[in-house]
Design a protein around this ligand. Structure first.
Ligand SMILES: Cc1cc2nc3c(=O)[nH]c(=O)nc-3n(C[C@H](O)[C@H](O)[C@H](O)COP(=O)(O)OP(=O)(O)OC[C@H]3O[C@@H](n4cnc5c(N)ncnc54)[C@H](O)[C@@H]3O)c2cc1C
Length: 337
C-alpha cells in the first residue's frame, strides 16, 4: 500500500474539481482496510470512482481511502438464480460486461453507470426501469469504529429511490467490501419497456433481443444523451426527481399541461426534475466555469477550472427558481464533501 501526501483529487472525481487531501491510500483487501484504519488518526472519507461527489473545499486535512477491493466470483448456482460475489472496488460497468459475457441477466439495463460496485448500494443505483435492489442479495461491510465485518440483507439496507440506510442513519459508518447479487440464468426475461430501448431494437431490426442487445441499446442511448465526464466534468443527474402528492400534480398539470410525471406505488407522482429546470430557463446556461448541460438540464457541468462552491451556488439558484415557479423542492442526488 502506498500512502500519498498532499494528493490531488482532480482525476478522482468526475466533476474534475481540483482539490487536495492530506493523505490518500488505495486499499486492495479487507486486511489493508483494517491495517490502515487501526493506525489512522485523521478524519476519513471513503472514495469509490468519485462519480457522485462534489468537493466543496480546496484542501481536506483528511485520509481519503479509495476502495480497490477486486474479484468477481459465482458462489451459488441454482434454478432460483446465480449468486455472484463482487469486490467493492470493481468498476460497476466492468461487472455488467462480465455478467453479459457469462449470460447472466438482471443488470444489463444499468450498463455504463459510472463508479464502483461498493458504492452502488449507497444510493441504490438505477437506470432504464431497473434498480440495484431488484437483483440485490446482501452485502458485507466493515464497521469503521470496531473494524468488525457485518452482513446487511436487502431489508437492512432500507433501499429507496436513490437512497439507502447508508445515506441516512449509517452515513459514513461502514465501508462496503463485498456485494452479492442474484442474477438470472434465464436471460430471456428482459426489461425493455423503459425509455428508447424498444426504439433502438426497431431501428436495428432486432426481433429477439438478448441481454447483450439491451446493454448495447442502453450504452448507445446513454452516450447520445449524457456528457462524458472525460470530456466535460459532471456527476450525472445532480438532483433527484421529486415526488409530490397527486393533488399537487393535478393542479400543476392544469397550469402546465406538458409537465412530465409518473405515478408511483404510493399516492404520489414522481416529476421529471430535468423538465422543471428546463422550464425555469436553465438548460444550456453557463455561469463562469460551470453550467447546466445543453442537452440535459438535470446535469450540472464543470467546463474546466470550476470550483465545487461555484457548482453548489448554481445548484442553489436552480433550486430557488424551481421552488418559486412550481412550489417543488429539489434535493441533490450528489454527495457534498
Ligand atoms: C455520467 C454519469 C452518469 C450517471 N448515471 C447514473 C445513473 O444512471 N443511475 C445512478 O443511479 N447513478 C448515476 N450516476 C451516479 C454514480 O454513477 C453512482 O452514484 C455511483 O454508484 C457512484 O459510485 P462511485 O464509486 O463513483 O462513488 P463515489 O462518488 O466515490 O462515492 C459516492 C458516495 O458513496 C460513498 N462510498 C463510496 N464507496 C463506498 C464504499 N465502498 N463503502 C461505503 N461508502 C462508499 C462515498 O463516501 C460517497 O458518499 C452517474 C454519474 C455520472 C458521472
Amino acid at each position: 500500500m502506498q500512502f500519498h501526501k498532499n494528493f490531488n483529487l482532480k482525476n478522482y472525481n468526475t466533476f474534475g474539481i481540483e482539490a487536495h487531501c492530506s493523505t490518500f491510500v488505495e486499499v486492495q483487501s479487507i486486511e489493508d482496510v483494517c491495517q490502515v484504519l487501526s493506525q489512522n488518526t485523521l478524519p476519513l472519507f471513503l472514495l469509490g470512482g468519485g462519480s457522485n461527489v462534489l468537493f466543496l473545499n480546496e484542501f481536506y486535512d483528511m485520509l481519503f481511502l479509495k476502495n480497490g477491493i477486486k474479484g468477481i466470483e459465482i458462489i451459488q448456482d441454482t434454478e432460483g438464480g446465480t449468486i455472484v460475489e463482487i469486490g467493492g472496488g470493481v468498476v460497476w460497468h466492468e461487472f455488467v460486461l462480465w455478467a453479459i459475457e457469462n449470460n447472466l441477466g438482471g443488470v444489463e439495463n444499468m450498463s455504463l453507470i459510472p463508479g464502483t460496485v461498493g458504492a452502488a448500494p449507497i444510493q441504490n443505483i438505477g437506470a432504464y426501469g431497473v434498480e440495484l435492489k431488484d437483483v440485490f442479495e446482501k452485502l458485507d461491510a466493515i464497521n469503521l469504529q470496531t473494524l468488525d465485518i457485518q452482513t446487511f440483507t436487502k431489508e437492512d439496507c432500507q433501499f429507496g429511490y436513490r437512497d439507502s440506510v447508508f445515506k441516512n442513519e449509517l452515513k459514513g459508518q461502514f465501508l462496503i467490501t463485498k456485494v452479492y447479487l442474484r442474477l438470472r440464468k434465464n436471460s430471456s426475461k428482459l426489461n425493455t419497456s423503459y425509455g428508447d430501448i424498444l426504439k433502438v431494437f426497431i431501428e436495428k431490426k432486432i426481433e429477439q433481443p438478448t441481454i447483450r442487445d439491451v446493454s448495447n441499446a442502453v450504452i448507445a442511448i446513454r452516450q447520445s444523451k449524457l456528457p462524458d465526464p472525460l470530456v466535460i466534468g459532471n456527476a450525472g443527474s445532480f438532483f433527484k426527481n421529486p415526488t409530490i402528492p397527486k393533488a399537487q400534480f393535478e393542479v400543476l398539470k392544469e397550469k402546465h399541461p406538458n409537465i412530465i410525471g409518473y405515478p408511483n406505488n404510493t399516492d404520489g407522482v414522481k416529476v421529471a426534475a430535468g423538465w422543471l429546470i428546463e422550464q425555469c430557463g436553465w438548460k444550456g446556461k453557463k455561469q463562469g466555469h460551470v453550467g447546466v448541460h445543453e442537452r440535459q438540464a438535470l446535469v450540472l457541468v464543470n467546463y474546466g477550472g470550476g470550483k465545487g462552491l461555484e457548482i453548489k451556488a448554481l445548484a442553489q439558484k436552480i433550486q430557488t427558481s424551481v421552488l418559486e415557479k412550481f412550489g417543488i423542492e429539489l434535493t441533490p442526488e450528489v454527495n457534498f464533501v
